[in-house]
Design a protein around this ligand. Sequence first.
Ligand code: V47
Length: 362
Amino acid sequence: MFPKIKEKILNKERITFEEGLALYESNDLIQIGELGRLAREMKSGTERSKWIYWNKNLHLNPTNVCIAHCNFCAFAKLPNEEGAWTYTIPEALEKVQKGINSGANEVHIVGGLNPKAALPYYLDLLKAIKKEFPKLHIKGFTAVEIDFFSKLKKITPRETLGLLMEAGLDSMPGGGAEIFSKSVRDDTCPDKIPAEKWLEIHGTAHKLGLKTNATMLCGIGENVEDRIDHMIQLREQQDKSKGFQTFIPLSCHYEDTEIAGTVEPLTAFDQLKNIAISRIMLDNFDHIKAYWIQLGVGLAQVSLNFGADDLDGTVQEESITHAAGAQKRGLEKDFIQTLIEDAGYIPVERDTVYNVLEVSEH
Ligand code: V47
């Protein structure tokens, strides 16, 4: 199997569902990693094959009030529950200011499905952020939120996206995809939009000129067939609409979640396979992100040798994974650069849409 897949990667031929599955079923992690790295090198081209991207960003979660019930989520609260928050616009601006003070050029905004923080609230928030910080890139809202805002306002997702873009939205993150399989979605996040709707909203965003990302949440009871199916659905959507930049495999954290103890947690092997196999399968995605908040810094560093070419960023003020037990908070520039260099790569600071800001070649 390995020589055939290697040949296909070198010839830029598409890897099939069955081949992807065979990779997951193998425990030869070194060979899988080598193929992931080869796929990454083929994708980046020789000159950039040693580049690892990172950026200076902050996460802003304006509200954790959420009417959806997802069994893997420790972030959501009911409106009057202890620990529920919805920031006023000045409170949100204060959080953003803190990020700006540490050099952030991107704010990643996502929140719960809160009927009291719907489109009018977010239009005001985006306008206020752009007025105060005109150069800050706003990456905001999962397709699940876009659908929620649209239904409340009785307008289409296209109209909602248009209004958000007028107010300052620059791109969209990849959250809310979870696992596309209907049975896993029904078991874990029955209130979330189905796969087709998630993909359709990203397709609409791409048509409107927004770049977006895509995630896959693993460790929620899915099997490897579900993971490959998820990647193939994304690959097909990308063939059509071409606006995805980065794929981010996510690893479930279980503290304070209902799903804890009911599923097998991911092992380090699983997580490295997710990185390498997604790099091999997603031949039309430019980047694979190793999200250190969830992988942990150590595994994120190792994954740079398995096909990931992006370490996300400094990530200040994240709440979703931290609510479920993630330990590490904000990384400093020097530390990110050391992680990359020690793995044998060149740190490249980027903006959200992969414009190069600084290549740190020593
Ligand atoms: O959509 C929820 C996941 C996502 C848990 O686009 C959990 O650049 C682990 O989408 N354990 C939000 N994960 C994060 C996200 C993201 C992160 C970094 C970069 C980008 C990007 C996007 O977190 C949610 C959900 O899939 N999530 N609960 C949990 N207990």
